[in-house]
Design a protein around this ligand. Structure first.
Ligand code: PLP
Length: 383
């Protein structure tokens, strides 16, 4: 249980897929950097050169952890910018006129694709099964018909946690001559993302999802697949993205990824145990509970999406949990926090009458917190 300085009561935080609390090691590194580095990395004097060194060190760290070349890493403000840049860059810059994607992607992919569709790009949506996994045969069929496509499929779904077999999708795409972009926002820092082994052409990361700061992210662009610059101005990021670099966010992101890799096995095991225990406790305590997606199959250890019995008042669910100091996301709400039905739940054909929740686990959660969450949910569901 964590007591935040700005809050008067303890908080149980199960919303780690929305954002994570920065690691103390990250904060130490960032605060030291803020104290020491004030130069503009583009300036030629000593403080500027020093700031440039910190940025390039961070790039090398991230590149090493992903097994890519530093020249293939471009810093961005986060996952949204990186996804937009890649999709627009491939379609408008490299001339890809067919995109194969799925209806369960994040809005940071679906919305730019909808805009591109208005500019003559044909967007093809893959079928998803009841568990929310894309149909690989449909992908093969579409690649046969449109081999010169950009394929955009997320690694882990942010609402259900469903995992895509990225390696086999990458080899299908390579075999067909298609480009493969994967929104890896939920998996960077959670798995060993060796890009040489996984084989994707484009991937993205967002520091605040792996215990770094908000407002810092990156895109991986495989060498030879570079698209034209998308932000013009001062020529930073090798002309790809102009604008003075967010040095503190970038330094913090590199440290966060280093720490995530050092703790990877332990964090994975810990979250897996919490998720499995949560599933078993919920099944025992709440008759009629249902898990959305492939919760006990091909699924990320940090995300669990549950539907409660229809008798539960959907409007009151989050406020009731909040009163108890428990933070989760509504499984059916879009990212803006509205109570609109989610496109992912719709694609899964989830029962609309049953309110759903996304519980997302992280490094700092404990088994006692899971017990408390289940106890409160059972009280709400059975009252
Ligand atoms: N893609 C996925 C799968 C996400 O979960 C998110 C954040 O929720 C984003 C993209 C957007 O990332 P950012 O907040 O860094 O813009």
């Amino acid at each position: 249980m964590v007591i935040f300085a700005c809050m008067e009561r303890p908080v149980i935080y199960f919303d780690n897929a929305a954002t994570t609390r920065p690691d103390q090691g990250v904060l130490d590194e960032v605060i030291a950097c803020m104290n020491e580095e004030y130069g503009n990395p583009s300036s030629l004097h000593a403080p500027g050169r020093q700031a440039r060194v910190r940025i390039e060190e961070s790039r090398r760290t991230i590149a090493r952890l992903l097994n890519v070349s530093p020249s293939e890493i471009f810093f961005t403000s986060g996952g949204t910018e990186a996804n937009n840049a890649i999709l627009q860059g491939c379609c408008l810059g490299l001339g890809y006129s067919h995109v194969i994607t799925s209806p369960v992607e994040h809005p940071a992919v679906l919305k730019p694709l909808a805009s591109l569709a208005g500019k003559g790009v044909e967007v093809h949506y893959l079928r998803v099964d009841q568990a929310g996994h894309v149909d690989p045969r449909h992908l093969e069929e579409l690649l046969d018909r449109f081999p010169h496509s950009l394929v955009s499929l997320m690694h882990a779904n942010n609402e259900t946690g469903n995992l895509l077999p990225v390696k086999s999708v990458a080899s299908l795409c390579a075999g067909a001559g298609a480009l493969f972009h994967s929104d890896t926002v939920q998996t960077v820092g959670k798995f060993d993302m060796d890009m040489q082994k996984l084989g994707m052409d484009f991937a993205v990361g967002s520091a605040h999802k792996f215990y770094g700061l908000k407002g810092a992210g990156f895109m991986y662009v495989r060498s030879g697949k570079f698209f034209p610059p998308y932000l013009q101005g001062g020529g930073q990021e090798r002309n790809m993205r102009a604008g003075t670099e967010n040095i503190y966010g970038i330094v913090g992101m590199a440290r966060a990824l280093e720490l995530a890799h050092q703790r990877m096995e332990g964090d994975q095991q810990h979250c897996m145990e919490l998720k499995e225990a949560c599933i078993q406790m919920l099944l025992k305590k709440i008759p009629g509970i249902h898990f959305n997606g492939d919760a006990q199959g091909r699924s990320l250890q940090t995300i669990l999406n549950v539907s409660l019995p229809a008798s539960v008042d959907a409007e009151m669910l989050l406020p009731s949990l909040d009163i108890e100091g428990i933070c989760v996301s509504s499984g059916s709400a879009c990212s803006s926090g509205s109570s609109q039905r989610s496109h992912v739940m719709e694609a899964l054909g989830a029962d609309e009458s049953k309110p759903s929740l996304r519980i997302s686990f992280g490094r700092y959660n404990t088994m006692e917190e899971v017990e408390k969450l289940v106890q409160v949910l059972a009280k709400i569901a059975l009252s």
